[in-house]
Design a protein. Sequence first.
Length: 58
Amino acid sequence: MAKPNYSFEKRQRELAKKKKKEEKVKEKAGRKTGADGEADAPADDATPEGQAGQTTTS
Protein backbone atom coordinates (compact mmCIF):
# COMPACT_ATOMS: atom_id res chain seq x y z
CA MET A 1 0.00 0.00 0.00
CA ALA A 2 1.25 3.49 -0.85
CA LYS A 3 2.33 5.88 1.87
CA PRO A 4 0.19 9.07 2.12
CA ASN A 5 1.94 12.26 1.06
CA TYR A 6 0.96 14.60 3.88
CA SER A 7 3.13 17.44 2.59
CA PHE A 8 1.22 17.49 -0.72
CA GLU A 9 -2.14 17.43 1.04
CA LYS A 10 -1.10 20.25 3.37
CA ARG A 11 0.12 22.35 0.42
CA GLN A 12 -3.17 21.81 -1.40
CA ARG A 13 -5.13 22.93 1.68
CA GLU A 14 -2.92 26.03 1.99
CA LEU A 15 -3.44 26.89 -1.68
CA ALA A 16 -7.21 26.46 -1.33
CA LYS A 17 -7.27 28.76 1.71
CA LYS A 18 -5.16 31.36 -0.09
CA LYS A 19 -7.42 31.26 -3.16
CA LYS A 20 -10.56 31.61 -1.05
CA LYS A 21 -9.07 34.55 0.87
CA GLU A 22 -8.07 36.31 -2.37
CA GLU A 23 -11.59 35.83 -3.76
CA LYS A 24 -13.07 37.36 -0.61
CA VAL A 25 -10.74 40.36 -0.82
CA LYS A 26 -11.57 40.81 -4.50
CA GLU A 27 -15.31 40.56 -3.82
CA LYS A 28 -15.08 43.04 -0.96
CA ALA A 29 -13.14 45.50 -3.13
CA GLY A 30 -15.72 45.10 -5.89
CA ARG A 31 -18.56 45.93 -3.54
CA LYS A 32 -16.68 48.93 -2.21
CA THR A 33 -16.07 50.41 -5.66
CA GLY A 34 -19.48 49.40 -7.01
CA ALA A 35 -18.03 47.23 -9.77
CA ASP A 36 -20.73 44.61 -9.17
CA GLY A 37 -23.37 46.99 -10.44
CA GLU A 38 -26.61 47.35 -8.54
CA ALA A 39 -27.07 43.67 -7.73
CA ASP A 40 -26.27 44.27 -4.06
CA ALA A 41 -28.08 47.60 -3.79
CA PRO A 42 -31.81 47.45 -3.03
CA ALA A 43 -34.13 48.89 -5.64
CA ASP A 44 -36.09 52.07 -4.86
CA ASP A 45 -39.43 50.31 -5.14
CA ALA A 46 -38.26 47.64 -2.65
CA THR A 47 -38.18 50.23 0.17
CA PRO A 48 -40.61 49.52 3.02
CA GLU A 49 -43.47 52.01 3.23
CA GLY A 50 -42.43 53.40 6.62
CA GLN A 51 -38.96 54.35 5.38
CA ALA A 52 -39.92 55.91 2.04
CA GLY A 53 -38.54 59.40 1.58
CA GLN A 54 -36.41 59.41 4.72
CA THR A 55 -32.86 60.68 4.37
CA THR A 56 -30.04 60.90 6.85
CA THR A 57 -27.97 64.03 7.20
CA SER A 58 -24.60 64.28 8.87
